[in-house]
Design a protein around this ligand. Structure first.
Ligand SMILES: N[C@@H](CCC(=O)N[C@@H](CS)C(=O)NCC(=O)O)C(=O)O
Length: 222
């Protein structure tokens, strides 16, 4: 199997954490995609993922799978013992519900803020912002507000149970963690009153699948 991704970026980080959780790292060949050079917007990449985003998983039979949830479902079920996406109908439903909230309120929101209200990946990749920059910036700022509301929601959820989807670690935790990682790189901090979210983030940082990613930090153009 191959993963096309960019080390240090938040959505690729989700899958790298999944691979570590499942002990699958050694079965993967990583192919680096240069986001700053807009490699993900070229025809060769768009043929693998028309959305033009990383990560993409390529199976040995040539099938391309994009979208973090789909890739996670595939990798988690390979060994017949899903530990991240739920075993029972109830577990699966709750994990997917929280995952969707984490996507919508956090990781997608911070991404929209980053791409529309900040220089994002730089002029070459973000050229589509022009000439409506002011309008798009407001759109981005609204998603900053949405992201902050999302952090408060997840803080309240984590006040009543240890992990995002309940008593067990799941892909929803990985998504929230990656979203906070992106927020940190974009200059958004966890609000002081979100103590449960901060404590959970500190606990997540100590998890081997997360901790061992040292050196993979999102680097933005100066
Ligand atoms: N919903 C997608 C989101 C992927 C995504 O937005 N990836 C970012 C990197 S963290 C990307 O490729 N951004 C480049 C761009 O939007 O131009 C997923 O789950 O994989």
């Amino acid at each position: 199997m191959k993963i096309y991704d960019t080390p240090g970026f938040p959505n690729p980080a989700r899958i790298r954490i999944v691979l570590a959780e499942k002990g699958l790292d050694s079965q993967i060949e990583f192919v680096k995609v240069d986001l700053f050079a807009a490699e993900h917007k070229q025809d060769a990449f768009l043929a693998m993922n028309p959305a033009g985003t990383v990560p993409v998983l390529e199976l040995d039979d040539g099938t391309f799978i994009s979208e973090g949830v789909a890739i996670t479902e595939y990798l988690d079920n390979l060994d017949g013992n899903p530990t991240l996406t739920g075993k029972t109908p109830r577990e699966k439903a709750v994990i997917h519900m929280m995952q969707k909230r984490a996507d919508d309120q956090l990781i997608d929101a911070v991404g929209i803020y980053f791409h529309h209200a900040t220089p994002g990946l730089g002029a070459r990749v973000e050229a589509y912002k022009s000439p409506e920059w002011a309008h798009r910036k407001e759109w981005g700022e609204r998603h900053h507000e949405k992201f902050v509301r999302g952090m408060k929601y997840f803080d309240s959820a984590l006040k009543t149970h240890p992990y995002v989807a309940g008593d067990n670690f799941s892909m929803a935790d990985i998504t929230v963690y990656a979203a906070l990682m992106h927020a940190g790189a974009a200059g958004i901090a966890i609000p002081d009153d979100c103590s449960a979210l901060s404590a959970w983030q500190a606990k997540m940082s100590e998890r081997p699948s997360v901790k061992n990613r040292s050196g993979q930090v999102m680097e933005l153009p100066a």
